[in-house]
Ligand binder design. Sequence first.
Ligand code: GDP
Ligand code: MG
Length: 163
Amino acid sequence: SKPIVAVVGRPNVGKSTFFNKVVGRRVAIVEDTPGVTRDRIYAEAEWNGVHFALIDTGGIEPDSKDIILSQMREQAEVAIGTADVILFMVDGKDGLTAADREVAMMLMRTGKKVILVVNKVDKPTVPDDFYDFYELGLGEPIPISAANMLNLGDLLDEIVQSF
Ligand code: GDP
Ligand code: MG
């Protein structure tokens, strides 16, 4: 069966935007309000003839740090249970956050292949604090702009090479 890629990350980093661009349809719900992905959403995707399944994770209206973190734990568990590859998405506009560090540790413990993606890098040059993301210990962060579809090809290459 097809490899499964789960997109995991804090609310509002752009997981659903990315998911819709890769799937080529508006399947996931994108909102300015954090955390509006109501369910796990699953779709088939393809890159250079390689087929895989993509899972968008999210949750219901997290309104506190505690809820966001417990939701992140749940996402990590879903990823552990079902995914072959975890796409850990962070926000290049926010820079590295404490929540990112916590999630990175959870994901590392899964023993699964994790690809670190820095979304919202909307310009060709990365911001100065981009290099902070190396501290997560997840290897080379890949800058993308899901909204502007920048560098998605490089990321998809990395994904299909990891299968
Ligand atoms: P999710 O909660 O992680 O699923 O995030 P969403 O996909 O719902 O996006 C949250 C917000 O970030 C929306 O306002 C998106 O339009 C915006 N967004 C998503 N990708 C990008 C990007 O590459 N650049 C910028 N500037 N904004 C983005
Ligand atoms: Mg979402």
